[in-house]
Design a protein around this ligand. Structure first.
Ligand code: GLP
Length: 255
């Protein structure tokens, strides 16, 4: 695992964008796994800026998002379909037909999730998967559990996640209680994984996830077992890790 600490959120975003752009440069037809949440917003803004500057193109890129709320229409302003259009897809030259987000509006959870898993396989798998980190260690919407779910599936969101995400809805009662999410197995199959985390409120979970035991109660801890993971966190999110450096960027290898 490559664990990188940056001074600021902006620097975390820039380094994260550079990781994705390196994959795009290597293979313009790559498959990107994308994430929502507040953390990657700066990273997406950097990708858009680099597209506008003519440095990158999404023309032949395919994308798969991690998750979507069950029951929200794609044009609901809190749906992850909407988030991706607003933060990335509407601003770059990506072919909308190549962008994929689980169909949260399909009431048939089993069919929707199976179709999503199949579409990822058909695209040849994910080259780099971007992840944020939930306060309880969730990745995508894989909540703490007593096992690691393998494939795309329907989950019941925990109270902690509903509370955390309620800041984006008019009222907590509007937050959906279920979501469709890639499984831990789907995520672990990605060739590369990039995790971004920012802020003091993520410090405790960053330490548990990347320096604690690998347990399904902390879903992100499984990433320690992936052969090609880069974790980029800002100083605030790294503060519980006790690495005690004031360098702008520290890169360390965790065996
Ligand atoms: C949501 C998403 C996750 C995301 C997490 C953290 O629950 N499903 O994919 O990583 O929130 O979000 P934030 O970056 O806003 O803290």
């Amino acid at each position: 695992m490559n664990f990188i600490i940056t001074d600021t959120y902006e620097e975390m975003s820039r380094m994260g964008a550079a990781e994705i752009e390196a994959v795009m440069a290597d293979n313009p037809q790559c498959v990107l796994g994308l994430a929502t949440g507040s953390t990657p917003i700066g990273l997406y803004a950097d990708l858009v800026a680099d597209y506008e500057a003519g440095k990158i193109s999404f023309k032949d890129v395919t994308t798969f998002n991690l998750d979507e709320y069950r029951g929200l229409a794609p044009d609901h302003d809190q749906s992850y379909h909407w988030f991706m259009a607003d933060n990335l897809f509407n601003h770059v030259d990506i072919d909308p037909a190549r962008t994929h987000v689980p169909d949260g509006f399909d009431p048939d959870a089993e069919a929707a999730c199976a179709a999503y898993e199949e579409a990822i396989e058909e695209a040849g798998g994910i080259d780099i998967q971007l992840l944020g980190l939930g306060h309880n260690g969730h990745i995508g919407f894989n909540e703490p559990a007593d096992n690691f779910p393998v494939a795309t599936h329907c989950v019941t969101l925990t109270e902690s996640t509903i509370n955390a995400n309620s800041r984006l809805f008019d009222s907590i009662d509007d937050v959906p209680h279920e979501a469709y999410t890639m499984g831990i197995g789907t995520i672990m199959k990605a060739k590369k994984i990039l995790v971004v985390a920012s802020g003091e409120d993520k410090a405790a979970i960053v330490k548990q996830a990347f320096f604690g035991p690998v347990v399904p109660e902390v879903p992100a801890s499984v990433l320690q077992l992936h052969p090609d993971v880069t974790v980029i966190v800002d100083q605030a999110a790294a503060q519980a890790c006790e690495m005690g450096s004031t360098e702008a960027v520290i890169s360390m290898t965790v065996e």
